[in-house]
Design a protein around this ligand. Structure first.
Ligand code: SF4
Length: 481
C-alpha cells in the first residue's frame, strides 16, 4: 500500500511540474513516505531527517515533506522534533502535497495537514508507476477490523471502497499502456463491497478483470479469512487470467490467540478455506503471514500454529516475531512473551516452513512453467547468464538465457524447472519459447531501448494454458459494463 502511495505522490508531483532528480544530484524536494507497521519506523525517520539537515542548510530553498502512517500518528511532533521539515501530511491528505509545498514556500513556515478520515476514495490521483509491465491498483483503503496488534485502523481509518467502474477503468488504461499484470490492492481486499452493500463485489471484480483483453495476470493482496467466501474461490478458479496464487494471512494457528488478536476466524475455518482452494486449484501456491510470540501465546498455542503450517503446506510464509507497536491494544496486554522464548519458537517455525517450502518447490522440478520476465535479473552465474521471472503461482524462477536471446522485462518465456531451493527455483536447460509482448515493448520504450515493429507471435513450445491471446497495439474498444 505504501509503495503504491509513493507512486501516487510521484505522479502528483510530476503533474505539478516537478521532475525526478537525477541520481547523485541534490534534490530540491525530498518526500518521506513513512510506514508505522515496520519496527523502529520513527527512529529511522528522525535519523534520516537528521542526516538531511546539513544538506538543507547548504541548499537554501530545499524542501522536506513527511507523509504516510507515521506522519498521521506523530502529527505536529515531527515539526517540533525536526523544525527544518517543511510539510507534514497525513494518510488522507496525499492529494494536498503540491499545494502544501507551495504554501510552505510562500508563507515561509511549516505546513501540517492531517485529516481524520477520507471523504471518498481518491480515485483521480495520478500515479508514476515504477514498473512498465506490472501495476498495483487500489480497490479500497482503510480497514473495518480491529486486530489488536495492528496500527492500520488507527492510521488509515475505516474502509473506503472505490467504485468498480473506477477500478476497471484504471485497469483498462494500464493495459492500454502495455501493463500485463495487475495486483488488486486493499488492506482487507476481499471485504471490498461492504461499503456499497454487495458482499460478492470482489468476486465480480475478479471476473470483470477476466474480460479485459490483453490483461494476462491478475493477483490480489491481502484477503482476510473472515471474508473469504466461496464465490471468490469460484471466481479465481474460473477466471483464466486470475493467477493460481493466494496470499492469506494466518497470523496464528491457535484459536485462542486468534481470539486475543481479535481475528474473527478460527483454525478450522482457515484450514477449511485452504482445503477448498486446493480442491478448486490443485496447483495454487498458498502463502501466508505468521506472528510468533503474541502476548499470552503458550507452547501449546505455538504447537497449533505448527500444526496449521504442516496441514496447509504453505509455499512460503512471511514470519514475524511479535513486537509491541505503541498505540495498539496488544502493546499493553498481560502475558508478553520473553524475547528468548519468542526467538526459539520463531526459529522452529522458520525451520519447519523452510523444509515444507523446499519440498513443495522440489515437486516442480521437471515441470514447464511460463514466466513473466522481471526487472533486475541478469546476474552472471558460471557460463550461464540468468534472468529472473515469476511463474503463474508467483514463484521466483532464475532462468538461463543463451547468446542472442534477449527477453525483456514484461516478455514471457517458457522454461523447464531444473533445480529447487527453499525460496526460489532455477532453470538451466534453456528457454523453450519466448513471447515478445506489449508489456516488453512498454518496458523497452520506457528505458530508451529500441522497440522493433511487432510481428505476429510465434510460440516455439507448448502453448500456455489460460492466458488470453495478445491483442494488436491499437487501442481496443470498451465492452464492459
Ligand atoms: S485486517 Fe489487516 S489491516 Fe485490518 S486491522 Fe487486521 S491486520 Fe490490520
Amino acid at each position: 500500500m505504501n509503495v503504491h502511495d509513493s507512486e501516487r505522490l510521484s505522479g502528483l508531483l510530476e503533474d505539478a511540474g516537478y521532475a525526478r532528480a537525477a541520481e547523485d544530484t541534490t534534490a530540491d524536494i525530498v518526500v518521506f513516505n513513512t510506514c508505522a507497521v515496520r519496527e523502529n519506523a520513527d527512529n529511522r525517520l528522525y535519523g534520516n531527517l537528521g542526516h538531511l539537515r546539513p544538506v538543507k542548510d547548504a541548499n537554501p530553498g530545499m524542501q522536506i515533506a513527511v507523509g504516510g502512517c507515521l506522519a498521521q500518528k506523530d502529527r505536529g511532533e515531527i515539526t517540533r522534533r525536526a523544525p527544518w521539515v517543511d510539510v507534514v501530511f497525513g494518510t488522507h491528505n496525499i492529494g494536498s502535497l503540491p499545494t502544501l509545498l507551495e504554501r510552505a514556500r510562500v508563507q515561509k513556515e511549516a505546513q501540517v495537514e492531517i485529516a481524520e478520515s477520507l471523504e471518498h476514495f481518491p480515485s483521480t490521483l495520478p500515479s508514476r508507476r515504477e514498473s512498465a509491465y506490472a501495476a498495483w491498483v487500489s480497490v479500497s483503503v482503510g480497514c473495518n477490523n480491529t486486530c489488536t496488534f495492528c496500527i492500520v485502523p488507527a492510521l488509515r481509518g475505516k474502509e473506503q471502497d472505490r467504485r468498480p467502474g473506477d477500478v476497471l477503468a484504471e485497469v483498462r488504461a494500464l493495459v492500454d499502456e502495455g501493463v500485463s499484470e495487475v495486483t488488486l490492492l486493499g488492506q482487507n481486499v476481499n471485504a471490498y463491497g461492504s461499503g456499497f452493500g454487495d458482499r460478492q463485489a470482489f468476486s465480480k471484480l475478479l471476473r470483470a478483470c477476466g474480460g479485459i483483453e490483453g490483461l494476462e495476470r491478475v493477483r490480489f493482496t491481502s484477503p482476510h479469512p473472515r471474508d473469504f467466501t466461496d464465490d471468490v474461490i469460484e471466481a479465481m478458479a474460473e477466471t483464466p487470467n486470475v493467477m493460481p496464487q493466494l496470499h492469506m494471512p494466518l497470523q496464528s494457528g491457535s484459536s485462542k490467540v486468534l481470539k486475543d488478536m481479535r481475528r474473527s476466524y478460527r483454525q478450522e475455518r482457515f484450514l477449511n478455506i485452504v482445503e477448498k482452494v486446493r480442491a478448486a486449484m490443485p496447483h495454487a501456491a498458498i502463502t501466508t503471514d505468521i506472528i510468533v510470540g503474541f502476548p499470552g501465546e503458550t507452547e501449546e498455542d505455538f504447537q497449533e500454529t505448527l500444526h496449521v503450517v504442516r496441514e496447509a503446506r504453505f509455499a512460503m510464509a512471511f514470519t514475524f516475531q511479535y513486537s509491541k507497536r505503541p498505540g495498539t491494544p496488544a502493546a499493553t496486554m498481560d502475558g508478553q512473551v520473553p524475547p528468548d522464548v519468542v526467538k526459539d519458537r520463531y526459529q522452529r517455525l522458520v525451520d519447519l516452513q523452510d523444509r515444507i517450502s523446499w519440498e513443495e518447490n522440489q515437486k516442480l522440478v521437471g515441470r514447464e512453467v511460463e514466466l513473466l520476465v522481471s526487472e533486475g535479473g541478469g546476474k552472471k552465474d558460471g557460463e550461464h547468464r540468468r534472468l529472473s521471472g515469476r511463474a503463474p503461482d508467483n514463484r521466483l524462477v532464475h532462468f538461463a538465457v543463451g547468446d542472442g536471446e534477449e527477453p525483456r522485462p514484461g516478455d514471457t518465456v517458457t522454461v523447464e524447472v531444473t533445480y529447487a531451493a527453499p525460496h526460489h527455483l532455477v532453470s538451466d536447460s534453456g528457454v523453450r519459447s519466448l513471447r515478445r509482448t506489449r508489456a516488453g515493448e512498454a518496458w523497452a520504450a520506457r528505458n530508451g531501448r529500441p522497440v522493433p515493429e511487432r510481428k505476429p507471435e510465434v510460440l516455439l513450445g507448448m502453448p500456455a494454458i489460460g492466458v488470453p491471446a495478445e491483442q494488436p497495439a491499437a487501442a481496443g474498444g470498451c465492452c464492459e459494463t
